[in-house]
Ligand binder design. Sequence first.
Ligand SMILES: [Zn+2]
Length: 141
Amino acid sequence: MDEYMEKALDIVEAQAAVRPMTEEEILAQVRRLRSLLRRMETDEKAPEEEKKTRRSIREQRILCLECGRSFRMLTSRHLATHRLTPDEYRDKWGLKKDTPLLCRALQKARRTTMHSIRLWERRSSAEKGDAVPDLPACTGA
Ligand SMILES: [Zn+2]
């Protein structure tokens, strides 16, 4: 049983307590409420505006939601033509603060770079660790 079904049952139970309902009525009402509740929830999670914003970031380009032109990345210089900073732009269109204003391909490339930098850092610090001379064994002298 899913949560919508549970909520629907709660509501119908309350309705059945105040007025007599036939079994068919109850079943039909539960089904109706369940799909209604599910639709409400889905709408809340993905309002039209948010969907539009998410769609603006594509594989090879990112759409400027201000002017509708597409770019590989939205630079602060371009956003300045709309009198917006990148932060203000994210705020205005409901993007998360850390959303990169890049097309997906560039996001991926950037992640790969960050990943190899981290690997390199780990390797070089491991090497440094190796370089530390072994402490002389304590002889108790
Ligand atoms: Zn623009």
